[in-house]
Design a protein. Structure first.
Length: 228
């Protein structure tokens, strides 16, 4: 897709968004720039919501989408869907704007969780509780990008825990490793698009307010279906 076509796509999308969601948006621009992640290969900044300090209580914002980043990803992925990716990026940045105006931080926490997920994927130290900033999709169940996390808070490591996936229950054996423990599940039907992870951790303490990146023990385990 050429730059002019991409701009036209974004402007047509803007017409689909209800006016109240655009209140305080000073402009939506398309930049030709490619904005790679400073340290992670193949990761790009697709867009930004930039607050404009004009001295008032209600902060206006400018949204920028980076065409070069879209083009770079499209060159790496044969199944790249320009419209779906553009819509996701545009609505993501508009949500940033709405949360800033409402003095909320949900999406900023999600972005931080996604960044910690990149660190985990690169086998770097990460915040063991980063998934708590993701989307809560069920009780004690969170989603960050394509990964699903089952949060299990325990006093001491149990021999096994149970989870429910797609309406079916499974038993997961817990190895005798130090907590917190990430158990990457195999054998779920159907499998999730990313990892399914049971996190076994102790009850939070005061020191958890000083959350930090550190090595976390991960084990790959086979689930055991529980007969219905």
């Amino acid at each position: 897709m050429q730059l002019a076509d991409f701009r036209g796509l974004i402007y047509r999308m803007m017409e689909e968004i209800p006016a109240p969601y655009l209140e305080g948006i000073a402009g939506v621009d398309v930049s030709p720039r490619t904005v790679p992640h400073p340290t992670r290969s193949g990761v790009y900044t697709m867009g930004e919501c930039i607050p404009l300090d004009v001295g008032g209580d209600q902060v206006p914002s400018r949204v920028v989408l980076y065409y070069g980043s879209f083009r770079a990803l499209a060159s790496d992925r044969a199944d790249f869907d320009w419209r779906a990716e553009a819509w996701e990026t545009l609505t993501h940045e508009l949500r940033h704007h709405l949360e800033w105006r409402a003095h909320q931080q949900g999406l900023e926490e999600y972005d931080r969780a996604a960044e910690e997920g990149y660190a985990r994927a690169e086998e770097e130290p990460y915040d063991p509780l980063y998934y708590l900033g993701g989307d809560r999709v069920a009780p004690d169940t969170f989603e960050v990008d394509d990964d699903v996390f089952f949060d299990r808070v325990v006093r001491a490591a149990p021999a096994a825990v149970e989870i429910t996936w797609q309406g079916r229950r499974y038993r997961v054996a817990v190895p005798s490793d130090p907590l917190p423990l990430y158990l990457v599940l195999e054998g779920l039907t159907p499998p999730p698009p990313g990892d399914a992870i049971v996190v076994v951790r102790r009850k939070p303490s005061f020191l958890d307010i000083f959350r930090r990146r550190r090595p976390v023990t991960e084990r790959v385990v086979e689930v055991e279906p529980i007969p219905r």
